[in-house]
Write a protein that binds this ligand. Structure first.
Ligand code: GTP
Ligand code: MG
Length: 293
């Protein structure tokens, strides 16, 4: 095929292939979510449904990218860990980053009405970055860093909003009250003044959400192999216990099992019963649309 004289411009494109044999982490973060959460009346300091919109959008990313072995989310951010050997998009950094970020953003919008009561006021957007980690230890330290961040922020925010919403302090006074305090002080304040044992607050708020691909075994399930789904866990990933239980993350990638709790998390239920959902949707179509495919 003849080349046009403009073809040379292609040589300006830079090769951004990621090195072989490294953990690829893509972290996305909501743009100006301080304002976005205010506009959409998120509960303070944690809005369970809003966090589940994030979890559901991340689940969509994991469904698309089978090579994401773990995703970790908290507040308005999510990290996606690709297995070291992934060949997705020939390991081209910009392709991976833009695909994950845009799929997350569009999925966030698609999931919104499944969890939230009020409509989206404007389009949310997310930035993204790629970070590479050469060793398992580096990867664990990265995830521990993000989980430690949840702990520090959530303890502070829980105490802050109790002082403001329950005790009627101004934002400034609450800030002053907490300035220079240690974790133990904030725990004590919550217990003494509000009767709250911080460790009894929902684990999703304290630990963030870890998404793993698992075979779901539920009571009365005849098929003991289980069906695969992305499941949310709110465990302590800083401890070595977590890595001993979920060996598939660092080792040979064979999804482990997940014994469904009595009440199946809606996030999992939606995946296992997607056909039923489609059926419901079809039933809701106006009659004059029936039959149009
Ligand atoms: P940029 O990321 O720099 O654009 O700023 P940002 O406003 O998104 O702040 P950042 O990413 O540092 O922090 C996320 C912000 O989102 C928090 O400070 C909260 O204001 C808000 N946010 C996230 N999750 C929740 C939630 O469940 N409830 C409430 N009320 N706010 C939340
Ligand atoms: Mg943000």
């Amino acid at each position: 095929m003849a080349c046009s004289r403009y073809e040379y411009v292609k040589t300006y494109e830079q090769d951004d292939t990621i090195l072989p044999n490294v953990w690829i982490v893509i972290r996305i973060d909501g743009k100006k979510f301080h304002k976005f959460s205010k506009t959409h009346n998120f509960e303070k300091p944690n809005d369970e449904n809003a966090l589940n919109v994030m979890n559901a959008a991340a689940t969509a990313v994991m469904q698309e990218f089978r090579d994401v072995v773990l995703a970790y989310g908290q507040s308005d951010e999510y990290s996606f860990v690709f297995r070291k050997e992934t060949a997705a998009f020939k390991r081209r950094s910009a392709k991976l980053l833009t695909y994950v970020t845009s799929l997350f953003s569009t999925s966030y919008v698609m999931q919104w009405s499944k969890w939230m009561c009020l409509p989206l006021a404007y389009a949310p957007c997310f930035d993204g970055r790629v970070v590479l980690y050469p060793s398992d230890e580096n990867l664990r330290d990265y995830l521990s860093w993000r989980q430690a961040d949840v702990h520090v922020n959530n303890l502070y925010n829980t105490a802050f909003w109790k002082l403001v919403l329950d005790s009627g302090l101004s934002n400034q006074k609450a800030e002053e009250r907490l300035r220079g305090t240690f974790s133990a002080d904030k725990n004590e304040l919550l217990f003494q003044e509000f009767g709250i044992n911080y460790n009894n607050l929902p684990a999703m708020y304290r630990k963030g959400t870890i998404l793993l691909r698992k075979r779901v075994i539920s009571d009365g399930d005849n098929d003991q192999k289980g069906r695969q789904a992305i499941v949310p866990l709110h465990e302590d990933l800083i401890s070595s216990h977590f890595w001993k239980v979920h060996t598939e993350i660092l080792g040979k990638y064979v999804p482990g099992t997940y014994t469904a709790p009595e009440i199946m998390p809606r996030l999992v239920d939606l995946q296992l019963n997607t056909k039923q959902e489609k059926g419901d949707y079809e039933k809701k179509q106006p009659e004059n649309l029936a039959g149009i495919s």
